[in-house]
Design a binder for this molecule. Structure first.
Ligand SMILES: C[S@@+](CC[C@H](N)C(=O)[O-])C[C@H]1O[C@@H](n2cnc3c(N)ncnc32)[C@H](O)[C@@H]1O
Length: 230
């Protein structure tokens, strides 16, 4: 069974095979869910089967690896009252893996509407009540209500080689990169004392002075950093 599911282009379920494959897809989501519950190792290749081929192709560059999400959850020790904001949630991987492995509420904000729609659909398919996604510009929303802010180098696509980008649907520029980083600094300065910020590959600049580095764990070619606002 597992072999068939691993080989099959699961995310093409509706187009190619209709209801029969939808059923297979639901079973696949359940296997992932149960796998996490049973503390099995869920590889990125396995988890990413929930995405279509186009999103799988960019996963290693743009979406947080499962293992990194799990390490972050271990650092944060969240409870059901915790609210986490993923700035630039992409395909929703960080929030979905987070919500499958923690009682906290995960919110993603993303500038690509198609990704928001897909991520919300996946949250519903997983029957998750603690993951939701909104469409918008992250630097224009209020971050002050969250206990944790997650930044996986969200604006880097603005200065990336074209071939590495998620798609060419969003206009990018050096100016936008600089502007979003500056606005992020302002947002971070407005956060409540005690708010925690987790960065993975940073966000293009150091955190403001009133943040204290709690811990830094090497991960891939970079590190996961946990900061707290003083
Ligand atoms: C590196 S990906 C991270 C995706 C997700 N956080 C994860 O870890 O799986 C960065 C995402 O941020 C989004 N993004 C960049 N600038 C944004 C902005 N100003 N507002 C909302 N989303 C933004 C991009 O479209 C992209 O999907």
């Amino acid at each position: 069974m597992m072999l068939i599911l691993e080989l099959y282009p699961i995310s093409k379920r509706y187009v190619a095979f209709g209801k029969g494959v939808t059923y297979l897809f639901d079973m696949y989501l359940n296997l992932i869910k149960e796998g996490f519950k049973n503390k099995e190792t869920i590889s990125d290749a396995r988890f990413d089967q929930i995405f279509d081929q186009r999103l799988r192709r960019v996963s290693s560059v743009h979406w947080t690896p499962v293992e990194v999400v799990l390490s972050i959850l271990e650092l944060l020790n969240l409870d059901e009252d915790s609210k986490v904001l993923d700035v630039g949630s992409g395909a929703g991987k960080f929030c979905l893996v987070g919500a499958l492995n923690s009682p906290a509420s995960f919110f993603g904000v993303e500038q690509r509407q198609s990704l928001v729609k897909m991520a919300n659909q996946l949250a519903a398919d997983f029957c998750l009540k603690n993951a939701s996604f909104i469409y918008g510009n992250a630097v224009q929303m209020d971050w002050s209500d969250f206990d944790v802010i997650y930044l996986f180098n969200p604006f880097y696509e603005n200065i990336m080689d074209e071939g590495l980008r998620i798609d060419l649907d969003v206009k990018v520029s050096q100016d936008k990169y600089k502007k979003y980083i500056k606005e992020t600094i302002n947002k971070l300065s407005e956060l409540r004392v005690g708010t925690r910020v987790v960065t993975y590959y940073g966000f293009g600049q150091g955190l403001p002075d009133h943040f204290k580095l709690v811990t830094s764990i090497p991960s891939g070619a970079s590190q996961i950093e946990l900061w707290i606002k003083n």
